[in-house]
Design a protein around this ligand. Structure first.
Ligand code: CO8
Length: 262
């Protein structure tokens, strides 16, 4: 358990690092100091040999109600540009190599929606409240929402949501393929599902799970041929891992594999 001001961290299951956004006064609005803590906790788990999967969750009311509007309000173009405001948000998507699961209940708006979309697997409650309401504030998404949402749900739907600021439900997120699963109940139930998946992932070889995440993410950036070539190279590379030998030998011997993570 770390000592942070705006987040809580714990390891509720073997191999699982849990980060709970905990800024109830502001519905978990993502102020810059919160993001510094989130990035630090993510890196700590990413570098921890005991951890195989990471979960990010919020409260019953809010996963996160966006970037902190009160912090942003006085910023000038020069201040935002010179300090590359929001850039640290990319840490999760650009740097973290272990699988990250979002367990979303309540509001996931603006930057909160974008944070959920940066995660590798998204679970939510049926009445979770997603949206990119930036247009209502005279601005546009800044944390990748226009890109990730469009890739997930297509141009027309993404345009409609981003241009109107209209929210969409957890149920919609499930139907549109934004969420891997929509869970009946509230935060506890969605977290339970996330924990099960995280525990499963953490039970496999770290070499294989990190490689699996890497190749799936490449599909979002490369052409099909380049992506398949990339996958093939990494697939070949895994013949050099101890765990592939361990896994295949255990299968042949009808034993449970004991992963070395090498
Ligand atoms: N920023 C700062 N404070 C917030 C935010 C926010 N995003 N959201 C809520 N709060 C605060 C409220 O000001 C309020 O504080 P106080 O009690 O001091 O008045 C407290 O949280 C509780 O909120 P409400 O009283 O409004 O609660 P309701 O239940 O009535 O309403 C809503 C809940 C509908 C979620 C409402 O709070 C709301 O509309 N919030 C703003 C949502 C929004 O517009 N989010 C997008 C922000 S813009 C953005 O995220 C740009 C992304 C830029 C890139 C980010 C990088 C990834």
């Amino acid at each position: 358990t770390g000592s942070y001001e705006h987040i809580l961290t714990s390891t509720p299951k073997p191999g699982v690092g849990l980060i709970t956004i905990n800024r109830p006064k502001a519905l978990n609005a993502l102020c810059s100091p919160l993001f510094v803590e989130l990035n630090e906790a993510l890196s700590k788990y990413d570098n921890d040999k005991e951890i195989g999967a990471i979960i990010i969750t919020g409260s019953e009311k809010a996963f996160a109600a966006g970037a902190d509007i009160k912090e942003m309000a006085p910023l000038s173009f020069a201040a935002a540009y010179n300090d590359n405001f929001i850039a640290p948000w990319s840490h999760l998507a650009n740097t973290i190599r272990k699988p990250v699961i979002a367990a979303v209940a309540g509001h996931a708006l603006g930057g909160g929606c974008e944070l959920a979309l940066m995660c590798d697997i998204l679970y939510c409650t049926a009445n979770a409240n997603f949206g990119q309401p930036e247009i209502k504030l005279g601005t546009i998404p800044g944390g990748g929402g226009s890109q990730r949402l469009t890739r997930l749900i297509g141009k027309s739907k993404a345009m409609e949501l981003i241009l109107t600021g209209k929210n969409f439900s957890g149920k919609d997120a499930g139907e549109w393929g934004v969420a891997a699963q929509v869970v009946d109940g509230g935060k506890d139930e969605v977290l339970e599902v996330a924990l099960k998946t995280a525990e499963t992932i953490a039970g496999y070889s770290r070499v294989a799970t990190v490689a699996a995440k890497e190749v799936v993410n490449k599909s979002q950036e490369l052409s099909l041929k380049e992506g398949v070539d990339y996958e093939r190279r990494l697939f070949h590379a895994l013949f050099g891992s101890k765990d592939q030998t361990i896994g295949m030998t255990a299968f042949a011997e009808k034993k449970k594999p004991e992963w070395s993570n090498e």
